[in-house]
Design a protein around this ligand. Structure first.
Ligand code: PLP
Length: 284
């Protein structure tokens, strides 16, 4: 398997970083996770645009132009003969330099990307998942897809220990997003989700969910809902590149709606499959 790096394509075992690497020592970098269905990227433009936005926000210079990034990401799939469902993880850091909080001068960024096979979570997509709630203790710039994931890691671990799929985060009882997903509530055929402010990651799938909701005729309201609204919800779901449109059937001890994936969520799941060109034979 080959990795894409800022130095060209290398074998997986060949990539080495010095211990003084800013991603390792400071989490000083940004990343993307891009979904692939049947060997084809899904929402590639959205991911590349966000990567460049994140890099710019923390003043890291991408080693490639946008044009080159698309070409190299395509080449990554070709080099690895990818024709199945998979994901690409791409990481960009401020580079390798003696440890100092301030930026090093004239040090090139480090970039690598690898592809990994990833089947769809078919059972969970059909049955829905359980979740817990956790306070959102992250910083004010969650729109940057930063490598600083400790609060997300702690929240997801709490969920995992409780047998839940995701931790739903809230600031002062207002739901922001999940530890690695965006969160939605459905009430009377209307979809509510936290507005795309600096306090949440602007999910690539979230963007498509908004467009697909409008196409299906469901009002899509960008207004934060509160933990208290969950007891009254008809449906809830989360979205991400790896979880797709995932029904949420339980939040802490509260059963959401009927306790089964609801009709609005299911219509969005079907629309998602069409949007991602997932063949009928592979639909949920
Ligand atoms: N919110 C957070 C905190 C995430 O880490 C992610 C992605 O993993 C998302 C939302 C969903 O983003 P996307 O739809 O671009 O995968």
């Amino acid at each position: 398997p080959y990795l894409l790096t800022d130095q060209g394509f290398v074998n997986r075992d060949e990539l080495r970083y010095p211990f003084e690497e800013r991603g390792l020592q400071f989490g000083d970098g940004v990343y993307e996770v891009i979904r692939i269905y049947g060997g084809q990227y899904y929402l590639i433009k959205e991911h590349v645009e966000r990567l460049f936005r994140s890099a710019k926000a923390i003043k890291i210079k991408m080693p490639f132009s946008k044009e080159e990034t698309y070409e190299k990401l395509d080449e990554l799939l070709k080099q690895n003969n990818v024709d199945q469902d998979a994901k690409v993880y791409l990481q960009l850091t401020r580079g390798s330099a003696p440890r100092d909080h301030a930026f090093p001068k004239d040090v090139p960024a480090n970039l690598y990307a690898y592809v990994q096979e990833m089947p769809r979570k078919v059972d969970a997509l059909q049955q829905g998942v359980t979740t817990i709630t956790q306070p959102d203790v992250r910083w004010d710039y969650c729109y940057i897809k930063s490598l600083n994931l400790l609060p997300n890691v702690m929240a997801k671990q709490e969920a995992t220990e409780k047998g839940a799929f995701e931790a739903i985060l809230h600031r002062n009882k207002k739901v922001t997003e999940g530890s690695s997903s965006n969160v939605y509530l459905v009430k009377d055929g209307i979809i509510y989700t936290h507005p795309a402010t600096e306090n949440i990651l602007h999910g690539c799938v979230r963007m498509r969910v908004e467009a697909l909701s409008r196409q299906l005729g469901f009002p899509f309201i960008q207004a934060a809902f509160s933990l208290d609204d969950i007891a009254e919800a008809d449906e809830m779901f989360i979205s991400s590149s790896t979880a797709e449109v995932m029904p949420v059937v339980k939040v802490d001890n509260i059963t959401v709606g009927t306790g089964n994936p609801g009709p609005v969520t299911q219509q969005l799941q079907q629309a998602y499959e069409k949007d991602a060109s997932i063949p009928k034979s592979k639909s949920i």
